[in-house]
Design a protein around this ligand. Structure first.
Ligand SMILES: [Zn+2]
Length: 317
């Protein structure tokens, strides 16, 4: 009964074309879809929309979970990447506005259902000054946080700089997964907002894809760090390095050697911490490697179909 009610509610709000086309009943509704159909907290989503009259589209824009979307034309549809916040509960809202020649527009509003991410706990020991930094460092830490926020914000202004699939920055084993709850020295809890790769001191670290180097420097918690702006909202970060081989403004190629594994910042030993952000939202960086950007999202113009997919959890891909 609860499921039926949810379906009915989803029917009302799921894919809800507004505006001139729907009001006048002239051109049918745009179709909209996303993949994976059931996203985990802190994950990447591929969205697709097919306008009712493709050749008359003058502008398409949208947002997911408050972050802007960057649509690109693929055949007769538009696609964009978006992100689901790690803190998202139950669902996140996507909103897309399609403007057509002559001034008509369609608005698609759809809730994307979200499933919880497992958050196993891990107890770690780090130097006390990294677990509870002295008051004298609070200004430095605040400034560094703002600097990173600015890099992530600016990525929305950079055009997409990559065409090939993302790759892992190291081919070694993953020793720390995304989203784990870490308890440092028995007191401080934090979510692990990246993926750790094994590596000896000096082992190579490669750019996960083409982009522009947005930052090279030393951050208190992250140690020696490189950020790459891949454009269209995407940034990857490479933390705790022992040395770097790039400078800000460099355009790096996919797979280019950008630095070497180290143990700088808040660490328990040498490894690479790899992170990925879509604007303000931090996602599991392995989604960049695992999500097939070329497979089209399943589009539907039928709110009923959308509701059905919401009610029946699909396996993650
Ligand atoms: Zn890590």
């Amino acid at each position: 009964m609860a499921t039926l009610l949810r379906c009915l509610l989803a029917l009302i709000v799921c894919v809800c074309p507004l505006g001139a086309a729907a009001a006048q009943g002239v051109a049918g509704a745009p179709t909209f879809g996303w993949r994976p159909r059931l996203s985990r907290q802190g994950s990447l989503v591929l969205l697709g929309v097919r306008p009712s009259v493709a050749d008359s589209v003058t502008r398409i824009e949208g947002e997911l979970a408050g972050e802007p979307l960057h649509f690109e034309v693929v055949g007769d549809e538009f696609r964009a990447l978006g992100a689901v916040p790690l803190e998202a509960q139950d669902s996140v809202a996507a909103r897309v506005v399609i403007e057509r020649a002559g001034g008509a527009s369609d608005t698609v509003i759809a809730p994307l259902r979200v499933r919880r991410r497992r958050a196993p706990r891990e107890r770690l020991h780090a130097a006390p000054e990294f677990v509870q930094p002295p008051e004298s460092l609070s200004e430095r830490i605040r400034t560094e946080r703002e600097l990173v926020e600015e890099i992530r914000r600016r990525a929305h202004d950079t055009p997409r700089l990559w065409r090939e699939p993302f790759m892992r920055p190291r081919s070694s084993a993953v020793t720390g997964t995304f989203g784990v709850v870490r308890i440092f020295n028995g007191v401080v809890r934090s979510r692990h907002l990246g993926v750790d790769f094994a590596g000896k001191l000096g082992a190579p670290v490669l750019a996960a894809n083409r982009g522009v180097v947005a930052y090279v420097g030393d951050l208190y918690f992250s140690g020696t760090t490189v950020f790459i702006d891949h454009g269209a909202g995407l940034v990857t970060g490479y933390l705790h390095l022992s040395s770097t081989l790039v400078t800000p403004g460099d355009t790096v190629a996919r797979g280019q050697l950008i630095g070497r594994v180290g143990a700088s910042g808040r660490v328990t030993g040498p490894h690479l911490h790899w992170l990925a952000d879509y604007g303000k939202l931090t996602i599991d960086p392995l989604d960049l490697v695992n999500l097939d950007f070329t497979a089209p999202p399943p589009l539907t113009s039928s709110p009923g179909l959308g509701a059905k997919a919401q009610a029946e959890p699909q396996p993650d891909n």
